[in-house]
Structures are given as structure tokens and as C-alpha cells.
Design a protein around this ligand. Structure first.
Ligand code: ZN
Ligand code: ZN
Length: 348
């Protein structure tokens, strides 16, 4: 027991709050993205910053990265055992476990981002908000545009209204309220909230740390928190890594909440490394996190949808296969799927 208590104390690392009320990652692996690097990375087409990611025509994309229409009946009738997951695109996943339907970072818009630096989608969402089954909860990892989209939040509210509980990191609540959300649960790292599904069983939603940052404009940088999410039901569990660089905290999340039946872990938007490494993991680090959190199965997300960075658009998928093999993961323990594909994990 003494050892468990000590472990818990060690686990509860808090986000640092600077003097001006902004959050900051507490790890030495964190480095704040340099503004000049950001501009160079996005504007200057010299050799060092050359964009190697040529996105092909949609006809070619339909072959290399097809968008499949999910079986809507299957989404409406998930199996009673297991975690059913459907990749809608980027970090948006429909996760169905223990009687509830959860969406992660819902972005259904054609483009996202601020006016001049916006990102256009090269693969459309696998389904529309109108086609979704009834949604009980939404988890938001942080308020970057490719994870929190006003248009999608508004449409979800129009369709489902008060039925949805919005789980968000500390500091995003006001934005959610202003966008029309009603049931908002705002948490800081390691805080949890019991969600009561229709089945009368409590499902815990826990905001866990991630190494990242937040902001929709320069002036609001890090005013709100970011994080990953643990969803732990009576029979099944799911981990959503959000957007993150690699740090030791995932081992602690694994000790406290693992193992997980399924994790959704980002594998894309990682190049060039000298700029992206603190904030976005690459496929090798995604495999490290899969092992750290003790995930039985993982799906790679945050790739193949918006071109945010410079790696070749299929490299995350190809590289993940190589890294999973190198780490001697069981076959299919950490996979990618095409947009719209539904899989069930951990069922009996
Ligand atoms: Zn982000
Ligand atoms: Zn992102």
C-alpha cells in the first residue's frame, strides 16, 4: 500500500502555471515552439524547409488512401462487448464502449485554422454529423484548430443539444459555452468525472497530461490547458493521446490506468524534427507510448487528412509498420485503418 501511495504522489505531476496565468509543460523534454521557426517552416521554400509532401490528385488518393463510408447500421448497433472504433479522419474517432458513444476532437469541416494559415482537408470526413449515431460525450484534447472546430461543435449541438457532455481541459469551458454547449465538464490533469450512461453504470473520464500547448491566436497561447483522456468503463477502457510530444508521463499513465483495450495515438505531423519534436511524436515514439500506457491495441490517428507538416503523406502509415515490427509488437497490435473503417477491440 505504501508503495502505491508513493507512486500516486509521483504520478500527479501538475501543469506549471506561469506568473501571467498561462500553462506550461513541466518536463525538460518540452521546448516552446519558436515563432520564427514557425514562420520559416510555413513560408520560406528553401532547401532546408522544402515541402516533400506532394499530395496527389483525389483520383490517386482514392487508391492510396480511400475514404470508406462506414456501415451506419453497425454504428447504431455496436457489439455489447469490446471497444468499437471508427476513424472519421485526423484526430476524430467515434468510440463505442460499455453502452456509450464518444467522439474525440470532432472536426468535420473542409478546412481548419486561422484565415491566413489555415489547412485544407485533402481527405473528407468518412461520414457527416447527420449520419452519426446518438453521441453521449465528446472529449477535447486542446484548443488548436485541427482539434477544436467551431463549425463542428455548433452542428453537434444543433443535432444533439443537451444530450452531449463535453469533456474539456481547464480553460476551454468559456469558449465551449460561447459556442452553445451546455453540459461542460472542465478538468485539470488527473481530475476525473463519473459519466452516467443510460445503463446506470458509471464510466470515468480522466484528463491526463500530454506534452503540448494551446492557442487559437498569439494572444491566447497557453491560457487553456491541453491533455490526453482516459475513459474507463466497468468492462472496457480507452486512451486518447490527443496531440503530444514524447515524455515520461505516459509510463505513469500506464501504471495508474493501464492496460487499455484500445488507444488512439497520433502518428503524423512530426517533420522537421528540430521544430516538431517537443510537440508531436513520430511513429517510433507512438509505439513507445503504446507500450508505456500498456495498450493492448492501438490505432494511429492525426495523419492522412490535413497536411500540417513536411513529411510525405503516407510516411506515418509506412513508418508505423516498421517501428511496430522493430519493437516486436504482436501483429496488428498497433494498426492504421483507412478513413471510415470500423473495428472492434477487446471483445469476447
Ligand atoms: Zn495541437
Ligand atoms: Zn494536431
Amino acid at each position: 500500500m505504501a508503495e502505491t501511495s508513493a507512486l500516486c504522489e509521483e504520478e500527479e505531476v501538475k501543469p506549471q502555471v506561469k506568473w501571467n496565468g498561462r500553462y506550461k509543460c513541466p518536463w525538460t523534454t518540452w521546448e516552446y515552439p519558436n515563432g520564427l521557426s514557425f514562420v520559416l517552416n510555413n513560408i520560406l521554400p528553401n532547401e532546408r524547409w522544402a515541402d516533400v509532401s506532394e499530395i496527389p490528385s483525389s483520383t490517386d488518393l482514392d487508391i492510396t488512401l480511400p475514404v470508406c463510408t462506414p456501415d451506419i447500421e453497425q454504428l447504431k448497433n455496436p457489439p455489447s462487448s469490446g471497444v468499437q472504433a471508427t476513424w472519421i479522419g485526423h484526430a476524430t474517432v467515434l468510440v463505442q464502449l460499455d453502452g456509450i458513444n464518444v467522439l474525440t476532437d470532432p472536426v468535420f469541416s473542409d478546412s481548419t485554422g486561422p484565415v491566413l494559415f489555415g489547412y485544407k482537408r485533402f481527405r473528407m470526413p468518412a461520414c457527416t454529423i447527420e449520419q452519426l449515431p446518438s453521441i453521449d460525450a465528446v472529449v477535447i484534447s486542446h484548443n488548436h484548430f485541427d482539434h477544436l472546430d467551431a463549425n463542428s461543435v455548433g452542428k453537434l449541438n444543433e443535432r444533439f443539444g443537451e444530450k452531449i457532455v463535453w469533456y474539456v481541459p481547464k480553460g476551454i469551458g468559456k469558449w465551449m459555452k460561447d459556442t452553445g454547449c451546455r453540459n461542460i465538464v472542465e478538468l485539470t490533469w488527473w481530475e476525473q468525472h463519473g459519466h452516467h450512461a443510460d445503463l446506470q453504470e458509471e464510466i470515468q473520464f480522466v484528463l491526463t497530461p500530454a506534452q503540448h500547448w494551446s492557442g487559437r491566436a498569439i494572444i491566447d497561447t497557453n491560457e487553456s490547458l491541453w491533455g490526453s483522456w482516459v475513459i474507463k468503463g466497468p468492462r472496457h477502457s480507452f486512451f486518447f493521446a490527443g496531440d503530444t510530444g514524447y515524455c515520461d508521463i505516459f509510463k505513469q499513465i500506464g501504471k495508474k490506468y493501464g492496460p487499455f483495450d484500445l488507444s488512439a495515438i497520433p502518428i503524423g505531423a512530426y517533420y522537421p524534427r528540430h521544430f516538431m519534436e517537443p510537440q508531436h511524436i513520430n511513429p517510433k515514439e507512438a509505439v513507445d507510448i503504446h507500450l508505456d500506457v500498456k495498450s493492448k491495441n492501438s490505432v494511429g490517428i492525426h495523419w492522412g487528412t490535413f497536411k500540417l507538416t513536411k513529411e510525405y503523406y503516407l510516411e506515418p502509415r509506412d513508418q508505423l509498420k516498421i517501428e511496430a515490427k522493430k519493437a516486436q509488437l504482436l501483429e496488428n497490435a498497433f494498426i492504421t485503418v483507412n478513413h471510415g473503417i470500423t473495428r472492434t477491440f477487446g471483445g469476447i
